[in-house]
Design a protein around this ligand. Sequence first.
Ligand code: TK8
Length: 360
Amino acid sequence: MKKLILLLALLGFGLLAACGGNDDTTAAGEGETAGDEDEAAEGEADGGEGEAAGDAQILRISLGLNDQHPLYHSAVHFGELLAEKTDDFKVEVYHSAQIGDDRVATEMLQMGDLEITIPSTSPLVNFLPEFGVFDLPFMIPNEEVADAVLDGPFGDKMLELLDSQDLVGLAWYENGFRNLTNSENQIYSTADLNGMVVRTMENSIHLDAWEALGANPTPMSFAELFTAMQQGTVDGQENPFTTINLEGFHEVQDYLTGTNHVYTPFVFLFSKPIWEELTEEQQGYISEAAMEARLFNREENRKASDEALESLKEVMDYNAIEGEVFEEFQDAIQDVITKHSANIGEDIVDEFIEAIEAAQ
Ligand code: TK8
């Protein structure tokens, strides 16, 4: 239906342009926009109401994950919510790093070359060391605490820090607790990790943590991960159950270990240079839609996570790290926390710990 409307609009436009004589110059300009929309509709992008509103400003959302993931559904839902508030925008969602991986997309936002991305916080530490607080292992104990910390003053403060990097932080979405997969052997203790090549995000805290656990970590963009596992360049990786399941990592990894070693969020980012061109009213609509879709995102993600673990158990060898072994993992990374606290900022780490304690 959407395509039909678009096609009719284009045909109508073609007729107008054909009859338009000297008016063609203006028409040609508009024709470009219509052409772009057509390309997006034909391509991988999916959007909100898709009424092909002539003058609507296009907001592209770049995602690293595929279109099966709750993050994608949440981005589409954001577009729907925004369309209920205003006709000013048309949201297009690009998944699987078609536009760029987390780092590239974020840099495009800073330059004003892309409107929205929802990356993991972890690659952002390269320009905002404070964000490393979310990478410290074994800090957030459960999702309720994560919600309280992110929804409270601590979460707000972290979003405000993004402003200095030409980014507008609008909301926290969920990636979730990370768990290990590998193609080598079942992990019962840190000894089983010895020398294992584990892909980490591009983040020195994750690198140091896996080294402290005895593995041989290597940083890599998410976009390169599947091929690296397939070709055996890496033995393992860590991500939430939802991602492991929906990205089909079980096709190239046999072992799944419930390590729950860290809760890393996604952050809904808008390009500051583009934001500043919008009216306050438009900014309000976008910000409200991002916040509303976050609730949908949490709910969807938690449902998907439970389903993911159930189906992964059927196709992978699964075990959970618990009790004494869990303590062994925690002890092994204590020095990593100490080492990185100074770089993150002692104040930020203290505030984070206080917010966690207050939420329990
Ligand atoms: C997707 C990434 C991914 C993250 C990672 O763009 O890199 O492992 O967990 O979800 O943000």
